[in-house]
Write a protein that binds this ligand. Sequence first.
Ligand code: SF4
Ligand code: SF4
Length: 339
Amino acid sequence: MTLKLDKKDFHSFLQNLMNDYELFAPVQVAEGVAVYKKIEHPLEAARFSLNPQKPAKEVFFPQSETMFRYGKVGVKTEVTSTEKVERKRILLGARPCDLQAVSLLDEIFQGREYSDPYYINKRQATTVIGMGCSQPLSTCFCSSMEGGPFSRNHSDIFLIDLGEAYLVEVLTEKGKAFEKNPFFKKATQKDLKAAKSIEKNASNQVGAILSLEGIERKLDQMIESPFWDRVQERCIGCRVCTYLCPTCHCFDIADETLTTKGQRVRNWDSCLSSLYSQETSGHNPRPTNRERTRQRLMHKFNYFPKNVGRIACVGCGRCVLYCPADLDIRETIKEIQKG
Ligand code: SF4
Ligand code: SF4
C-alpha cells in the first residue's frame, strides 16, 4: 500500500510513534554529523538528507553495551542480565546500505553457529522504517554490492523524500501495523510519479561501477603478494574505517569491577588494532600493519563469502569518505581485480 506523510505533520507523527515505541532516529550531534540515537523528543530527530556518519548497526549492536551486572549480596553473588528489551522499537530513516549490512550482521548474531540474545532481542523488537537515498554521494557504490539507493530489502516501511512530504510504502506484516496511522494520507498519482523520478535519478548516479567477479579466488592467491605492502604503506592504522563500517562486527569483552560489584561490557573492537590478535603468550600472528590491512580486506571479500556466501561490504562509502589517509577501497578492489 502506498501512502504519504506531509512534512508539516512529521513531528506529530514521531510523537504518535513514541507513545508506543522507543524511537531511534538520526540525531545531529555536531555540525554536519548525525548518528542514530534513541530520541526523547520529536525535535531531536534530524531530517538528514545524507547518510549518518555512524551506521545503523549501533541500534542492534551498540558501541559499548553492558551484558550483565553482578554483585555480592551477603554470601551470595547476584547476577542481573540486561539482555531483555522492555519496549518495542522503531528504527527510523535507515538507508538501504545500512539495512543490507544489518542483514549481514544477522548471519553472525542469529546465524547457524551462534545465537546472541542481546542482538536478537533488539532485532525482533524493532520495526524498520527505511529511507531512500535521494542524494547519494560520489563515494557511494552500493549498486556494485548487490544493493541500490532505493533497495527496499530489509525495510518494513520505506520512505521517499518528495520535498514537502514523504511517500510511504508499507512492505511487510510488521509494517502493516502502522497503516492506520492518523498522519498517513493516500498518495496521489502525482506523488508516485515524482517518487519514480527521484529514484531513477539517484539510481543513475550510483551505477554498478565495480566488478567483484572472481575476487574471492584472486585473493586466495594473494596471501604473500607485495600488493599488501603497497596497501599498508599509506594506512596509519587509525581504525576509523572499521568503526564506521556498517558490516564490521568485532568486539572485545571486559569486566569493570569495583570492590564487591561490577559489570561485563562488550565494546566494538577492530582487526586493525595491533593488540587485537595478540595472544597471552605475547605472540602476535598479525604483527604488522601489512597483515592487519590484509585481514580487513580478506575478511570482507574472501573469508565472509567462504563462510556465509555473501560479500561483507555494502558500498556505503564511509571508509572512503572518512579515511584520513585518503585510501579508497574501490581502488583497492580494482587493483585486486587486475591481479
Ligand atoms: S581509515 Fe584509512 S588510515 Fe585509518 S585504518 Fe582505515 S585505511 Fe587505515
Ligand atoms: S568496507 Fe567501506 S564501503 Fe564497504 S561497507 Fe564498510 S565502510 Fe562501507
